[in-house]
Design a protein around this ligand. Structure first.
Ligand code: HEC
Length: 452
């Protein structure tokens, strides 16, 4: 049994993160066959007795909400009926079409698979809901963007495919699993729309203006905007949002037409937002959490302290006394994958200005820490072995927080899943058509009662 509090947990975290690699033979440049995060909670049932549901996730290209409701999509007129009315069983066909160069993909990734099969099990007890996810991926990516020492200074390095590859850098970007959740027939696709998250799922959050989408808004265009720009929230790009947060609709997805803050607050207070959990192989797994977010006018983080942060310049290095190294030589990036978590007060120390580094030494840009407050609601245990990630999540059925959705036995909730693999970001994930999670009742995924 691992205690979930205090010093013992901290020690266990460090030991677990490193124990796995110590036992494996770290061959230069070859990804480890196993990566394991700490196990922050026990499961009160037996996963092998809970029947799995396998869902096929497809590569969506740039099929935005604006495209799906345009004349270019044959289903636009009947979209309120829901995607599954027409597309059930078509995930492989759609993925194969969209992953290739075409009207929905101007910049394909060579060799990208069109779909991925995700196996899901779910359970609940008096206090918590539990998920177990399992999916295949050729190599684990448990490191995110990095700094590289060029002999004189540290420069930003790595990043997702295909951007990094084009800049002549080896890609480095974390694997990720996302869960998007609502109450039944709750959040409409836009003001006055009869279609809700139940019918159209994650697709209603995807707009042309978002990064890497056809009408990606530049930083320069964002800067003068009163809500998003320098005098407002100072965002660098536009991320997932709901049209109900906008005063109008247009082909760009009305990124700039944000409702007054009082209206946004009103929407949030009445539950008109989506709950988003993101398990991150680099930026949350090594501290035993998923990040907890919510979507309304933007992809917002839950209140409190998130499990990761990134200082604008390199300020930390590995604590050699704990890890045996100060930085990762670039030729060993793959081999040290499971050792790469830079954790505040555990594996990280302040960057020593007198320490010697070699050309090509790498340091993660992101630091991990124990999250706090509502941002610490989703605990996670992720393990890569036998060519698969297996990720368990646990969250309270009712967290009591204003930025979370409550789950109750006897109801079926609309839900969507996404997987990011092979060093990709933003739209280059695999996604589901709309699904349901039945809590003790029928659903695409049925959460089964366990424990007392
Ligand atoms: C009334 C039926 C209908 C509904 C509802 C519908 N679609 Fe479609 N959709 C179609 C048809 C027909 C095609 C063309 C299929 C083909 O090319 O073989 C299509 C094509 C697509 C494509 C491929 C676009 C391309 O560029 O090739 C995507 C992606 C898609 N639909 C997603 C969705 C999603 C997501 C929803 C729900 C938000 C949805 N559809 C709702 C009928 C529908």
């Amino acid at each position: 049994m691992i205690k979930s509090k205090g010093g013992l947990m901290g020690l266990v975290t460090v030991l677990l993160v490193f124990a796995v690699i110590a036992g494996s033979c770290a061959v230069l440049g070859v990804a480890p066959s196993e990566v394991t995060g700490p196990r922050p909670f026990g499961f009160p049932g037996d996963w092998s007795k809970i029947s799995p549901k396998t869902v096929t996730l497809l590569y969506p290209g740039q099929a935005s909400w604006e495209f799906l409701t345009s004349a270019g999509h044959p289903g636009a007129q009947a979209i309120d009926a829901g995607c599954r009315t027409c597309h059930t069983g078509q995930e492989k066909m759609l993925g194969a079409k969209l992953v290739k160069s075409g009207p929905r993909e101007a910049d394909p990734i060579a060799g990208k698979a069109p779909t991925v099969d995700l196996t899901v099990r779910a359970a609940y007890d008096a206090e918590f809901v539990y998920f177990q996810f399992r999916w295949p991926t050729q190599a684990p990516h448990a490191i995110h963007t990095v700094w590289r020492y060029d002999g004189k200074q540290w420069v930003a390095w790595g990043g997702p495919k295909p951007d990094a590859t084009k800049k002549g850098m080896p890609p480095s970007y974390e694997d990720r699993l996302a869960v998007l959740l609502d109450e039944p027939n709750n959040v409409p696709a836009f003001d006055g729309s009869p279609a809700t998250f139940s019918q159209v799922g994650c697709w209603m959050t995807c707009h042309n203006s978002m990064r890497a989408m056809p009408r990606d808004v530049s930083r320069k265009a964002i800067e003068p905007h009163p809500y998003w720009g320098q005098k407002g929230r100072r965002v660098g790009d536009i991320r997932k949002y709901l049209m109900i947060s906008r005063t109008a609709r247009d082909d760009a997805g009305a990124w700039d037409k944000v409702k007054p803050v009082a209206d946004l607050n009103g929407l949030k207070a009445t539950g008109k937002f989506l709950d988003l959990w993101q398990w991150r192989a680099a930026r949350s797994n090594a501290v035993g959490y998923a990040s907890d977010d919510w979507v309304l006018e933007y992809r917002n983080s839950d209140a409190g302290r998130s499990p990761f942060f990134n200082p604008p310049k390199p300020q930390f290095m590995y604590d050699e006394k704990v890890t045996g190294f100060r930085a990762i030589p670039e030729a060993e990036l793959q081999a040290r994958m499971g050792q790469a978590a830079l954790i505040e007060k555990k594996t990280a120390v302040a960057l020593d200005p007198n320490a010697k580094f070699a050309v090509g030494d790498l340091l993660p840009q992101y630091l991990l820490r124990d999250p706090q407050g509502s941002a610490a609601d989703v605990q996670a245990f992720g393990r890569y072995v036998d060519g698969h990630w297996t990720v368990e999540l646990r969250r309270k059925m009712n967290t009591g927080q204003a930025d979370d959705k409550v789950l109750r036995p006897g109801r079926a909730y609309p839900i969507g899943f996404a997987i990011f693999d092979d060093t990709v970001s933003n739209r280059r994930h695999y996604v589901t058509l709309p699904l349901t999670l039945g809590v003790g009742v029928d659903g695409d995924v049925r959460a089964v009662k366990v424990g007392p």
